[in-house]
Design a protein. Structure first.
Length: 149
């Protein structure tokens, strides 16, 4: 795990600031390759993003998933899932920072994408969409923060 959870305005930017936890690796995510034939359970980067999210490294999980998202073809449900996860992480970070209105808007968009990725609220790439959507709603109401695993 990174040396700290990046929260804008409270910690050094991970890449840009010389005190950032990834400063010496300013572009560490450019080598992300997505392979349709690789089972998600073997996708080390994706799984690392789940671990980051579950440990509340929200900005870091967002950045990692975004790099993967760019490599996934537009017509794949996994792309919708990743964009939903990115928005969930951003929403929770906004919530943590006290921007409840922005957090709510992002949470709404995230849930829409997640449902489109897994119609009927099933499970995709190990993410139980129903449980995550309920967790997002709970967090918005002051409940525990959702996890993926």
């Amino acid at each position: 795990m990174p040396g700290y959870r990046y929260i804008p305005g409270q910690r050094p930017h991970p890449f840009r600031h010389e005190g950032g936890h990834q400063h010496h690796h300013p572009d560490p995510l450019t080598d992300v390759l997505w392979d349709l034939d690789r089972p998600w359970q073997e996708d080390v980067r994706y799984l690392h993003g789940q671990d980051l999210f579950d440990q509340r490294y929200l900005w870091e999980s967002h950045e990692l998933w975004e790099a993967i998202w760019h490599a996934v073809p537009r017509d794949r449900p996994e792309r919708q899932l990743l964009q939903g996860l990115i928005q969930v992480a951003a929403s929770l970070l906004k919530l943590h920072m006290g921007s409840t209105a922005a957090a709510g808007r992002l949470a709404e968009r995230a849930q829409g994408r997640l449902v489109r990725a897994a119609p009927g609220g099933g499970t995709l790439w190990g993410v139980n969409v129903n449980a995550l959507c309920m967790g997002i709603q709970g967090a918005q109401s002051g409940g525990p923060w959702p996890t993926l695993q």
